[in-house]
Design a protein around this ligand. Structure first.
Ligand code: AMP
Length: 394
């Protein structure tokens, strides 16, 4: 990689503004998964050890440009203080206002300041020049370690980097090395698994994965558009009518490239995603009229598991069923289990599939669970992340 990392810059006696991804799940005022905070610690600790003062900034949820106590980062500051017991962790009551400016000015080397939720200011998502300057004025060096947000061209992930000496942190470096390194040089057979609901979001990824994988497994709501394109009956299942032709083209490309394109061959069908009482297994690849497919069936689990177990490299993004309902989570959990049997590299591309793996207690059986769903999908697609692109080359 040719981008500057924090090891390439001088931070001694400097105030370093670090974009982290502390967008953690908070339920009833409690953090239910602090992984993203824990993953930011190596960068924070390194900067503190090298004699810097650290100013952290992040978003949390979607407060839509205005202050909303529900999305305050105070709960994160408290957790961070627990994780850094020897360090003084200070919380600012605003983003670039009086309090943040004051606390940044008075911050001592070895201390940590966390700014309030960046998205309390609408200018964050607009990559606004003035807002970028106000952020940059707080510090002398900028570090991006927010992998989960680095596919966004926002003030804190993009614009501010242009105003200060800059580098990427250890988390972004690790994610790039593992994901890009694996995709560019996979051990074969290389299997990609894509699920989730929206075909339109994944067309680009399918198209580029077809250039590198040996087998592509499609599950979840997006499988039905492909099945419909092949002439199967899909009942009330999800259908992306605008992408039926695209689905045909992708399957043709798979054929031409000699890539095995695996679609489900049986399903769990029910009347709606909320009907968890009257579901049944289909006999074949067709869904009854007035019913919808909500999970893959037993034969499909066998088919997919067989392909996965033979792989030397697997990348996975997206559940293969409505896994939020335990009745329709069997397929997704079976995929997760199959991945633990792979003798090779397994990469989970964040989001729902990461939650499924973590909920099953299988996290330590995977090579890598990415902290960013959208960002890792962009890497699967072979794209460069704006928040990395903007960082100076070595
Ligand atoms: P995405 O945001 O595109 O990654 O989709 C994730 C969502 O897809 C999850 O909330 C799943 O419940 C949903 N999903 C997976 N399979 C199906 C299905 N067969 N029908 C409807 N939704 C599904």
């Amino acid at each position: 990689m040719n981008k500057k990392t924090i090891k390439d810059i001088d931070v001694y006696d400097k105030k370093v503004l670090v974009r982290v991804d502390f967008n953690v799940p908070v339920i009833d005022g409690k953090i239910t998964d602090d992984n993203r905070i824990v993953e930011a610690l190596p960068t924070i600790n390194y900067l503190l050890e090298k004699g810097a003062a650290v100013i952290l900034m992040s978003h949390l949820g979607r407060p839509e440009g205005k202050f909303d106590p529900k999305y305050s980062l105070k709960v994160v500051a408290n957790r961070l203080q627990e994780l850094l017991p020897k360090t003084n962790v200070i919380m600012a009551n605003d983003v670039v206002g009086k309090d943040a400016k004051n606390k940044a000015k008075n911050l001592k080397m070895g201390e940590v300041l966390l700014l309030e939720n960046l998205r309390f200011d609408a200018r964050e998502e607009e990559n606004d020049k003035e807002f970028c300057k106000q952020l940059a004025d707080l510090a002398e060096v900028y570090v991006n370690d927010a992998f989960g947000t680095s596919h966004r061209k926002h003030s804190s992930t993009y614009g501010v980097a242009k105003l200060l000496p800059n580098a990427i942190g250890f988390l972004i470096e690790k994610e790039l090395n593992i994901i890009v390194g694996t995709i560019n040089n996979p051990k074969r057979p290389f299997v990609g698994i894509l699920g989730g609901s929206k075909v339109k979001d994944k067309i680009g990824i399918i198209d580029s994965l077809l250039d590198s994988v040996d087998t592509l497994i499609i599950g979840g709501g997006m499988a039905y558009t492909f099945l419909y394109a092949l002439g199967y009956k899909i009942g009330k299942s999800l259908l992306d009518e605008t992408n039926i032709e695209e689905a045909k083209k992708l399957m043709q490309k798979a054929d031409e490239k000699g890539v095995k394109f695996l679609l489900p061959i049986d399903f769990i069908e029910t009347s709606s995603i909320d009907d968890t009482l009257n579901y049944k297994l289909t006999k074949d690849q067709n869904i009854d009229d007035n019913l919808m497919g909500v999970d893959i069936g037993k034969k499909t689990i066998k088919l997919f598991t067989k392909a996965i177990k033979k792989a030397k490299t697997v990348i996975w993004n997206g559940p293969v069923g409505v896994f939020e309902k335990k009745e329709f989570a069997v397929g997704t959990y079976s995929i997760a289990k199959a991945l633990t049997k792979v003798k090779g590299t397994t990469i989970i591309g964040g989001g729902d599939s990461a939650s499924a793996v973590i909920n099953m207690g299988l996290a330590n059986k995977m090579t890598h669970i990415s902290t960013g769903g959208g960002a890792s999908l962009k890497l699967f697609e072979g794209k460069i992340l704006p928040g990395v692109d903007v960082i100076d080359n070595i």
